[in-house]
Ligand binder design. Sequence first.
Ligand code: ATP
Ligand code: MG
Length: 730
Amino acid sequence: VPKKYYEYLQSLNDRQREAACSDVTIPLMIVAGPGSGKTSTMVGRVLTLLKEEFPPSNILAMTFTTAAASEMRDRIGTVVGKAVAKEIVISTFHSFCLQLCRTHAEKLGRTSEFIIYGNGQQRRAVIEAERLLESDKNNGLGDANKNCDGDIKNSFKDKAKKWQKFVTQAKASGRTPEEYEKKGDLTGASILRHYNEILRSCNALDYHDFINSSITLLTKFPEVYDECRNTWQAIVVDEFQDTSAMQYYLLKTLASHNRVTIVGDEDQSIFSFNGADVSGFDSFRRDFPNHKEVRLSKNYRSTRAIVEAATALIHNNTKRQSHKLVETDNPSGNKIIVKECHSEDSQCAFVIDKIIETTSSSVEGCHFGKIAVLYRRQITGKAFQASFRNRKIPFNIHGVAFYRKKVIKAIMAILKTTLPGCDDDAPWHQAFKAILPGDKEEKKKITQGRKVLSALDSLSKLVEREQSVSVVISSAGDMLPQKYLLEKRAIVDADGGKLLNEDNDIRSVLQFLMDDVSDFLSTHFSSSVDTSKTEEKGCASTLKAFIDYISLRETENFRSRKEENKNSITLTTIHQSKGLEWDVVFIVQANDSEIPLLHEYNGTVKEAGSTLEEERRLFYVAMTRARKKLYILHVTLLQPSRFLREIPAHLLEVQGEGTVRRTPEQPVNIPFDQPEGDTSVERPMVVRNETSPFPEMDQPCLANDFLKRFEIEDRAIISHIFHQWAKKQA
Ligand code: ATP
Ligand code: MG
């Protein structure tokens, strides 16, 4: 037993230590608030398993993001050495299941080469399923779908969205077409059946399929079950509150040996749109009746001001499972600064000023890596990216924002077409060859090498030479035969869409992608896969594994943590920030209709209520990421977030924009970025609430109108693409 193990245990408090060292054969559940050391205790638990001589390769640790996984590996590595830490399988539910599905693909009616369908491809498959349903109906086979009437052009997007939501929900809850049939929902059953059939015939699985198919493998194939049970002798799960019902079922099946630890906080459950279900805690209590339950109550992360403010906020949620006691011995620290800004530009400017102020003062010793800017929606991050770039402030583009970049999509689509199995006639497709630089011999060398790095390198060199990614990508699009419909779409999307705007930073995007490649090569192959085997199988599997890796990054919402050490500001959505901490945190665009983001929900009151509670949890997660300093910013065009009114005034320092401060009598100035010629936007009258520095929501509609405007461009592109596609189909 390494000495460092005991040192690590010493760093825990009594209750944490007791939990970490408790009998590993008894299921353990740790429920506690943010910053209370749940993850730290879980690391201690893994160390205890190692001490008890569980082979590291038989321990499975489930984390929610890749960032959390690598963080955990590092922490374990410092105690037991990197070599041992590498052998532990630390994985997200999705990548764990993907691996299982690949290994047993033929049992699922796929080949191990199967493709992963992301959001875009899923939507296209849904549209196709809908088209098939229509043609069933025309042949007199289907039932009458009354919703299909009306102007198809206008209702198309809504319908596709609706059906995609339906398919996603069906899969998240594990329902089959037969179950819908039994309930009398013939249209639903038919869409689902067509959809599944399309995926099967395309040799594809979507993200929900990984989980559901893994359950199928475990429950219908005893040999798979035995293999898993022998392999995964102990399981630990972090962020348990965001486990979906299907994921829980999988966990329960895998953990029938009782050597299982779960840690979580129901107040931080923020993925219910993905099927996350806090009732998992109750299920665990029921399914593992001999479990031990531990509560931690001390926050080690944040100043007292932050802890008190966050606690006051979350008290407004009525549907909490338990009221956890949260206290801290930390100093009370600065008040939370609430800053009102006239425009998004001045919001960026304020953040940049503060960043420069903080990092240049030697007293605070704070570097870029200890600062994060958090926002509710990706689009908010874009303005910050641009300003940071202009001011040469280093930053990480985290998460989906990066992988949803059209140029990345296009590059990945091109790479996909080059996979063997995608095209049996010509495994290395013309399109790729056509855009590769060099003469025939050179092209051959690159394609035969089948190396991700060299393929991407060639692509980026070419892009650099042409000075434009659109030229490269559209030529690839032109070369692709019709059968690559979905890939073509991604390319057309990239080319016809907003790619030109993205051209400016194409080099940095490609650089990020290259970083991913080296990251991928080092983490992926040094741990679970034997390198010699990889060489045997040929590098095609490397490219495929890389595409998997990138596809998963898109769902797991996180880029590698690597750059973060490199002294860069983190720009991320609140969703992706969970489990992490920074010295200084800026929550930006904290406006009503942004957080809480309610414009999408026009459902029943009950729905709106539970949505509001989830949004509050989201704000709670955001606030509790900060260790020392928290800034909350909002812009004047929209109302400040109603959550600000739930924080006791004495914990806040409210700062106005300076010269043009609002008063109850004086209407707010509409900022200069009001769209030209648009007089429909009325000036909001702001009435101040006596006890709170924040005005009541008096014009919710204004915000909604404003938000809608953001999406017009997207909508135009989508409908353009659809019309082109429909024309070709005809
Ligand atoms: P979250 O709910 O946000 O995931 P958590 O409960 O997992 O938070 P950790 O990330 O494990 O909390 O810990 C938060 C911080 O507190 C970390 O910086 C950790 O090093 C520190 N910490 C945890 N336990 C202790 C302790 N006993 N003594 C001192 N510091 C601690
Ligand atoms: Mg944690």
